[in-house]
Design a protein around this ligand. Structure first.
Ligand code: ATP
Ligand code: MG
Length: 666
């Protein structure tokens, strides 16, 4: 065991922490829970706790640090390293998945795996399940609306992470699929067997198998209970049943200590199986647990803190926590900005960002946060126009998303019927059309097209159905199972170019959407969200001057999408609120705060107060990311003023006491 003198430096704990933090950091209790509001220094406390343990002679290798992302773990270990020196390198730190992987690398053979198991990435998983759906459903009725592999994978994963049976999960999450339960179950059994044969694990297996190892192999359990003297967990409110069971296994012996830090008010992952109850049941499960509270907020200026406190006060189900500001009052109140529509909202955001940057702020000190990925489309466009570099952490950039490309493919093909890539994309959406089938279809398509063009030089093709289904051996042949969809596609294409008037790109998108809607519902697991994406696309592009202008705009934006921005470069962050957990920025914009956008209209319609409280926690997480400046905006109309997407301000805004904010103008 290294002596204290082996440490390069020991921080001055008492000077760098407040009393409440210091109490937690230096705690003697075997089990402790730090429960405190946002920005109170929970993560900082955990970091200093590690440094404290090391300064007390605990070797790094006997400490396990579990965080929500690997990046968070790296940052914390870097900070520990700065606090304490090289000793930090020995610590096991990372996400549950990465730690599970480390454990399994040593012992997976006990579970019947061969050495060097591989980890399947999402693409591998999807490919495997898709092939199994084909195998099992191919024999059944071809027109059966059976869910795609991705949908099955998602449900499977949810079942695993919440430790529920398939039946229960289907009943609770997707009752419309219960009629397929038997087949789904056979496919998933086959999936498990095939993974085994391949000596491979998917992400969920990492957790499942680690738990299994610990539960069923006493020697392994003993080994890790012996090894880890201290387990530390950040963001404890968002652990799911499986992760919680792993913690309980590791800490279930006679001496491993546990310090968990969290904030019940920031629990925002129940849809992925997280259970905030773990926080409430902590003392019951870990006898003698000491609960520490931290009540000083270091992150935000008092005006922002007032908004946060008012927001979370709306929830009934919570630990009541007082948060006192430590920072002096700022110059201005948070702004609420009603914008006439989504584009003007985006212009306001981009313009204000420009001013902040001109005023000396770094782009990396600024974030735009939103509830759903598609909300950031307009801001992406405005930032691109103004050449302000940004990074989108909420997922793929808008035009890289498969379903957006699906829709654009129709319009590209309409504008240019020789566009082979667009054609192939559409063909791939048809049932039972593979690569070879798509090749044949493309050749036939080209053939018919050329005949038409020779007969009608300079005239755009309007009657797709007539030209492409020519009798007498001509036309494009498709498998019987695809016939209905194919004819519907041709009819849609025909309807996009009426003889007597021009449709706007937005109107075209609406028609295409009707055509792909049913295929989306089986292709994509979250198809309702994806439909919202497309609707947003049509609203945001409603100023395009005709089809070609629209496609040019899309192409240029997609090009900008491809500009690689490196991690270190100074760019503005665009992120969903979920992805922004634990982080902080000087200036934060929260957009699309219209009633029905955030909170989501489905939550409003459901009338479920638990769901509404989770939405409100999400709002709380969002406002608590801000240090100095907070802008809350919403579009009165999402679209242009002739459509019906009128939106009043979110109830999260209207319920704020008016003395806490100022009204701005976009
Ligand atoms: P969240 O709930 O959002 O995860 P948190 O409780 O983990 O927040 P931290 O991120 O640890 O809060 O801290 C918020 C900010 O306050 C950080 O910039 C941190 O360095 C600073 N801070 C925390 N405690 C102190 C302190 N005692 N002295 C100075 N700064 C502090
Ligand atoms: Mg934190």
């Amino acid at each position: 065991m290294p002596s204290r003198s082996a440490l390069s430096s020991v921080p001055d704990f008492a000077a760098e922490l407040n009393e409440q933090q210091l109490a937690a950091v230096t705690s003697d209790a075997r089990f402790s829970l730090v429960i405190a509001g946002a920005g109170s220094g929970k993560t900082r406390t955990l970091t200093y706790r590690v440094a404290w343990l090391l300064s007390q002679g605990v070797p790094g290798w006997r400490v396990l640090l579990l965080t929500f992302t690997n990046k968070a773990a790296r940052e914390m270990l870097e900070r520990v390293h700065n606090l304490i020196g090289a000793e930090a390198g020995e610590i096991w730190g990372g996400t549950f998945h990465s730690i599970a992987n480390r454990i399994l690398r040593r012992h997976a053979e006990l579970l019947g795996y061969r050495p060097g198991f591989s980890i399947m990435d999402t693409d591998d998983q999807k490919a495997l399940v898709r092939s199994l759906v084909k195998k099992h459903v191919g024999k059944l009725n071809k027109t059966l609306a059976f869910p795609k592999g991705d949908v099955l994978l998602n449900l499977h994963s949810l079942a695993v992470n919440t430790m529920r049976s398939l039946h229960q999960t289907l009943s609770e999450e997707a009752p419309h699929l219960l009629k397929h339960e038997e087949t789904i179950s056979r496919i998933l059994e086959d999936y498990t067997a095939r993974k085994r044969d391949a000596n491979a694990m998917d992400f969920d297996d990492l957790l499942v198998n680690t738990l299994k190892l610990l539960q069923e192999h006493a020697a392994v359990q003993e080994l890790y209970r012996e090894r880890f003297l201290h387990v530390l967990v950040d963001e404890y409110q968002d652990t799911n049943a499986l992760q919680d069971s792993i913690i309980k296994q590791l800490c279930g012996g006679t001496r491993t200590g546990l310090m968990a830090v969290g904030d019940d008010a920031q629990s925002i992952y129940s849809w992925r199986g997280a259970q905030v109850e773990h926080i409430f049941e902590f003392s019951a499960h870990f006898p003698g647990a000491v609960i520490y509270k931290i009540e000083t907020n270091y992150r935000s200026v008092p005006a922002i803190l007032d908004i946060s406190n008012a927001a979370i006060a709306r929830n009934e189900r919570r630990y009541v926590k007082n948060l006192r500001p430590s920072r002096p009052a700022g110059k201005s109140l948070p702004l609420i900005i009603p914008a006439p529509d989504n584009r003007i909202e985006a212009q306001f955001v981009a313009h204000t960002i420009e001013q902040l940057i001109d005023g000396g702020m770094n782009g990396s000190d600024i974030a735009v946060l939103y509830r759903a990925h598609f909300h950031c489309l307009d801001v992406q466009m405005e930032l691109t126009r103004r050449h302000i570099p940004f990074r989108v952490t909420s997922g793929l950039r808008f035009f890289e998303q498969a379903h957006v490309k699906d829709i654009i493919a129709y319009l590209r093909l309409l504008s240019n019927p020789h566009d082979e890539m667009a054609f192939r994309r559409i063909a791939a959406m048809l049932p039972r059309v593979g690569e070879a089938g798509a090749n044949k279809m493309w050749q036939a398509w080209l053939h018919e097209l050329e005949i038409y063009e020779n007969g009608h030089p300079g005239e755009p093709l309007r009657d797709y159905t007539g030209v492409m289904t020519r009798g007498g051996g001509g036309g494009v042949k498709v498998p019987a199972a695809a016939q209905v969809d194919w004819l519907s596609f041709l009819a849609t294409m025909t309807s996009l170019r009426p003889a007597d008037h021009e449709l706007t790109p937005a109107e075209m998108i609406t028609r295409v959407l009707q055509d792909v809607e049913s295929s989306f519902s089986t292709r994509y697991e979250n198809y309702e969200e994806r439909l919202e994406d497309i609707e947003q696309l049509s609203r945001s592009m409603s100023d395009a001057d005709g089809l070609d202008d629209f496609l040019t705009q899309v192409a240029l934006l997609s090009e900008a999408d491809r500009d690689e921005v490196t991690e270190s470069s100074d760019c503005v962050t665009l992120s969903t609120i979920h992805q922004a957990k634990g982080l902080e920025w000087k200036a934060v914009f929260i957009i699309f705060l219209g009633e029905g956008m955030f909170p989501h209209y489905r939550t409003i319609q459901s009338g479920d107060s638990r769901e509404m409280e989770e939405e409100n926690r999400l709002f709380y997480v969002a406002v608590t990311r801000a240090q100095d400046l907070l802008f809350l905006s919403y579009p009165r109309y999402n679209g242009h003023s002739t459509d019906s997407h009128f939106s009043p301000p979110s109830q999260f805004l209207t319920s704020l006491p008016p003395e806490l904010y100022e009204l701005g103008e976009a």
